[in-house]
Design a protein around this ligand. Sequence first.
Ligand code: G3P
Length: 218
Amino acid sequence: MKFFIDTANLSDIKEAVDLGILDGVTTNPSLMAREGIKGEDAIIQRYKDICDLVEGDVSAEVFSTSFEDIVEEGKKLAKIADNIVVKVPMIKDGVKALKHFSDIGIRTNCTLVFSAGQAILAAKAGATYVSPFIGRIDDTNWDGMALVGQLVEIYANYGIMTEILAASIRNPLHIVRSFELGADVVTCPLKSIMGLLNHPLTDIGLAKFLADAEKTKV
Ligand code: G3P
């Protein structure tokens, strides 16, 4: 059971590291843009900064869409640090690149996965992680969580080593359900991780304990 944070924001990553439960980081072009990061040098610097903070795997997404360019970009990203995992989109050239990376020992995360068929291709191509996008499936009135269950079953049938990384997580219940179904990893914003802390009975119980603790003072 692994927790990744889905952000390129350094202070959110630090907060999750400080909590002591963080196993890795995922990013994507939208998350980089949200941080106002522009240009290759700045992107590479941000990955270096993230890798300095986190010992676990850090997914760095390629912007390219042709096999040759994905391979070139992925190799460059993989050189940044030993814990970089190259994130590749689920497209035809992406599948070819996943296989190539697998053959040369570069670890990968296959992103933008919305169906079991896509996840089967990713696994066959030797992806290290496969990222089903739960929240975006839910947004279309389909059942994102059903896909997680389906992937867990299919991969277990064949002893597939590709790890199921539940992504596009929008709330704490998505996290709990993903782990309940057997996802290997969940990646989510800091807000969803912190949301796991909340229960009104904890707040009520703590207030009572603190009030009673006052009564024990001499
Ligand atoms: O890891 C993929 C994730 O960042 C997508 O999340 O919320 O944009 O659907 P979202």
